[in-house]
Design a protein around this ligand. Structure first.
Ligand SMILES: *[C@@H]1O[C@H](CO)[C@@H](O)[C@H](O)[C@H]1NC(C)=O
Ligand SMILES: *[C@@H]1O[C@H](CO)[C@@H](O)[C@H](O)[C@H]1NC(C)=O
Ligand SMILES: *[C@@H]1O[C@H](CO)[C@@H](O)[C@H](O)[C@H]1NC(C)=O
Length: 493
């Protein structure tokens, strides 16, 4: 298959790029050791600059964006669209004792520069964050931070505890190995996709099968653990995103959809059956036209397939829903009925017969590549714009075309607040917020992160305020309007 050779070719070039990076990184570490290292308390014992960050005059802790007007100037809604919740130059972890942390640094179980945050989620008073094992020196790949924030650059606390996290050199597959993304359902559970892959950017190694794990957030107990059967994991698969579909709020009737971004499939897991199946479709493939990226002065090609997924509000009395999805290397958005995904009897036997029920609905335009997306209770979809360092919205009741899509930061004059937005969530609070994490991933992979700079940010915005007055505002779009038939009726029967 041509796809497979593309993937392999890209992998090889990644390895070359990263080898170069490591040399540079060591050189830089030495220069830091030689002169600029200043100890700043318990959390900065590595040879990295201290985390203190100047806020450019903002007063309220955690809510002054560097781009925001200084104190005294009127703060308008637009320049405050996204508020910074936490930000880091580099990541740190909270160890039970100072000695344990020192030991982890000494034996290279913890290498601060190798840790890059990827997934973000929010539940009540906790922010969840994933740190996949891209390289060695990631001590735990899933953790949490307190909310409201008590520190600007807090150390990550492993979730649910240190013991739940496996050792990449001696992997116990019942433990967490390399968590990529998460999703919280309406039943108070957080679902994770653990890729089982370590060293993903250096010399990729599938040390354990991918697995889905869920924890009950009220008790922090593990309530689901399911390893993918071998025949659903392809050579070079990377399972990196997960969403959860709970039927009529019946918590035991849930399905998880997991995207395989490198081998272009969606693995569907039924909690009731405790079984999974692999769904394939040609619309899961990357579009070569959208595979060329130019960001931060770096040019690279990513042939990443199906990636972002979001579920519509229930559309029919039997609660059938639309799954919106897009490959990472694509400017297009697609739809399919969740009923097709949930029907195990179709996969793989009838894959050909149902191929045409996966439909494109429109385009975001050039540089419109998106990682993740999610839909709020008003039916507004929020999505990342990785090539444009932005976040977009779309009122799902309208046709998907450029006139109905809005980008928040471009509207504010292209701020640099969000550099490579890599994950996005809409939370479960009565008044919903949009959460975004940005991580400069391409610089980590192909360049050199500057650890004197802010590299990672978690931001949030009130969902209603964000869309107010934009083309996504649902209040300007009354119920008397005819519902657009984005998906032909036959999909619902
Ligand atoms: C990751 O790759 C590096 C470089 O090839 C290697 O030294 C290290 O042992 C690998 N780590 C694991 C856990 O396989
Ligand atoms: C689900 O299936 C897996 C293997 O297919 C098994 O190991 C696990 O125990 C099952 N879980 C439950 C709750 O039955
Ligand atoms: C913002 O970005 C858009 C599209 O990338 C560009 O057309 C526009 O000129 C930029 N505006 C500013 C103020 O830089």
């Amino acid at each position: 298959m041509p796809c497979s050779s593309f993937v392999k070719r890209r992998r090889r070039s990644t390895t070359v790029a990263v080898t170069v990076t490591i040399v540079v990184s060591l050189a830089c570490l030495n220069c830091v050791l030689a002169g600029t290292y200043r100890s700043s308390g318990i959390y900065s014992a590595t040879a990295l600059p201290p985390q203190e960050i100047e806020y450019g005059g903002a007063t309220a802790y955690g809510y002054g964006a560097p781009d925001a007007p200084s104190v005294g100037a009127p703060i308008t809604r637009k320049s405050q669209a996204f508020q910074i919740v936490n930000q880091w130059k580099y990541l740190d972890f909270e160890y039970p004792t100072f000695g344990q942390r020192q030991k982890a640094i000494a034996n290279r179980e913890f290498i601060a520069e190798n840790n890059l945050p990827l997934g973000v989620d929010f539940y009540k008073d906790r922010i969840f964050i994933t740190t996949p094992r891209w390289k060695d020196g990631v001590p735990a790949s899933f953790g949490w931070l307190p909310y409201p924030p008590q520190e600007e650059s807090p150390p990550i606390r492993p979730y649910p505890n240190w013991e739940a996290h496996g050792d990449p050199y001696n992997p116990d597959c019942s433990k967490l190995i390399s968590v990529y993304r998460t999703q919280i359902d309406d039943c108070g559970r957080i679902w994770l996709i653990d890729s089982g892959i370590v060293n993903a950017t250096v010399s990729l190694s599938q040390v354990c099968p991918p697995k889905i794990v869920a924890f009950d957030l009220r008790t922090n107990q593990k309530v689901v653990q399911y390893q993918f059967p071998a025949d659903q994991v392809k050579q070079d698969s990377l399972h990196s995103n997960i969403i959860v579909d709970v039927h009529r709020n019946r918590c035991d009737d849930a399905h998880a959809y997991v995207t395989d971004v490198w081998r272009f499939g969606i693995v569907v897991y039924s909690l009731k059956k405790n079984r999974s199946w692999r769904v394939t479709n040609y619309n899961f493939s990357p579009d070569p036209v959208a595979s060329d990226f130019n960001v931060f002065g770096l040019n690279f090609q990513w042939l990443d397939g199906v990636f972002g997924m979001s579920l519509s509000l229930a559309k029919t009395p039997d609660e059938e829903r639309i799954l919106y999805f897009h490959p990472m290397a694509s400017f297009k958005e697609f739809v399919v009925s969740n009923a097709l995904l949930k029907d195990e009897s179709l996969w793989p036997a009838k894959a050909q017969d149902f191929a045409k029920y996966f439909l494109p609905i429109g385009e975001r335009g050039i540089n419109g590549q998106s990682s993740t997306s999610e839909i709020d209770r008003n039916g507004v979809m929020f999505f990342t714009q990785v090539h444009r360092d932005d976040v977009g919205c779309w009122n799902t009741k309208k046709p998907y075309d450029a006139t109905n899509l809005h980008r928040f930061l471009e509207a504010e004059g292209n701020s640099t607040l969000i550099q490579f937005p890599n994950d996005l969530k809409v939370d479960h609070e009565p008044k919903q917020s949009v959460w975004v994490i940005s991580n400069r991933l391409p610089v980590y992979l192909y360049g050199q992160l500057n650890y004197e700079d802010i590299n990672f940010r978690i931001l949030k915005a009130d969902a209603d305020t964000l869309v107010q007055g934009t083309v996504c505002d649902t209040r300007n779009y009354g119920h008397h309007h005819h519902r657009h038939e984005l998906v032909p009726e036959y999909l619902f029967h």
